[in-house]
Design a protein around this ligand. Structure first.
Ligand code: 8OZ
Length: 360
């Protein structure tokens, strides 16, 4: 019987166990949108994860939507991330970077002067973001022109190359949580005509072009992707999530990706939202490669999912924030530290690098 503690090869990356640290936005980047020394320590502390998916990182200055997130577009950022990957590798861990474009979930004060957020649409998202002034409603976006898409894909390709230069074992494409790639995917958001709007094939075109650009640059065996068919966050669901995400999974299946990471249900809230259902087992059957699941899993549910073959890997978010030695605690059945929810976004060491290990 397979357990969470068994090793696994995912594409080109060999993992010591199947427990993954989920990508987690913490808003502690230093000047220049770089991970600083505290972030090096934070990831080093969590290196016993089979895999760390480092926090969502904007691929360009235009891709940012929140204050103090660490990017992957500049040479200074590559150097700063190298300190993180070196620290994790020195502890025997593996780490990939989540590549992020927020699309319309942004505010003009976070973007280069004169820019507005870009999206599939010019209609604003439902929601607020965190700026220098605190929580602020998102800005009205402008719809990308079709002739701007090649440059956008080029930003993704360069970001993937930068991630490898920074020592990451690979990348995870952020196609979840109502950010740019989902703003194209969902018919509840995408109101375009032309090659990137209308049919499912057209709405999935950008996501698949990004995947092909990145796998062409760094190899499919170093590329993972994250999807969230039922997450509301800043927009309604697609009118037919099973069909849209089924198509995407079917297109991804032959590529030999390192893994597919699916958030089951509504991110951070529930795996079984009222009124909608998605057959995740059917999605999984359509994809032969490593299958990573996430959303409100505890030890028993995760153990069972891996034992039953429902998934190959389980990603933990909040419990990895508050337990740097989560792998050991799960193995030993030890109690978990309480999460300090008021320290999630921004600030310093408190609620970031000061959670105790069992050994301490
Ligand atoms: C929480 C706060 C800000 C950003 C996501 C990158 O939902 C995020 C995020 C989460 O994927």
């Amino acid at each position: 019987m397979t357990t969470l503690f068994d090793p696994i090869q995912i594409g080109d990356i060999a993992l010591a166990n199947r427990i993954v640290m989920a990508p987690l936005t913490r808003n502690r980047a230093i000047e220049g949108n770089k991970p600083g020394p505290l972030s090096v320590e934070y990831y080093r502390q969590r290196a016993t994860a089979g895999l760390i998916v480092a926090e969502a990182s904007p691929i360009s200055p235009t891709a940012q939507g929140y204050l103090d997130t660490p990017g992957i577009w500049s040479t200074e950022q590559v150097a700063a991330w190298k300190a993180v990957t070196d620290a994790v590798h020195a502890e025997g861990g593996k780490i990939v970077l989540q590549l992020w474009h927020v699309g319309r979930v942004s505010h003009v004060s976070l973007l280069p002067a004169g820019e507005v957020p870009v999206s599939s649409t010019d209609k604003p998202a439902n929601g607020a973001t965190f700026t220098r002034e605190g929580f602020t409603p998102v800005s009205k976006p402008r719809a990308l022109r079709d002739d701007e898409i090649p440059a956008l894909i080029e930003d993704y390709r360069k970001a993937a190359r930068n991630a490898i230069a920074a020592g990451f074992d690979g990348v995870e494409i952020h196609a979840a949580n109502t950010y740019l790639l989902e703003q194209f995917l969902r018919d509840s958001i995408n109101d375009r005509s032309g090659p990137y709007g209308g049919s499912i094939e057209n709405r999935a075109r950008l996501l698949l072009e990004v995947v092909h650009a990145i796998t062409g640059e760094i190899g499919a065996g170093r590329t993972g992707i994250r999807l969230s068919p039922q997450t509301l966050f800043t927009a309604p669901l697609d009118s037919d999530p099973q069909a849209v995400y089924g198509y995407v999974v079917e297109q991804l299946a032959p590529l030999g990706l390192a893994y597919l990471h699916v958030i089951e249900g509504d991110t951070g809230r529930t795996r079984t939202p009222d009124g909608t259902s998605v057959d995740y087992a059917a999605l999984r059957r359509a994809f032969s490669g490593p299958w990573m699941i996430n959303n409100c899993y505890n030890r028993d549910l995760a153990e069972k999912a891996v034992a039953d073959g429902k998934a190959d890997l389980v990603a933990f978010g909040r419990s990895f924030i508050s337990n740097p030695d989560l792998v050991r605690r799960l193995r030993d059945g030890a109690p978990l530290n309480e999460l300090r929810a008021d320290k999630l976004y921004g600030g310093g060491a408190e609620g970031y690098t000061d959670y105790p290990t069992l050994a301490a």
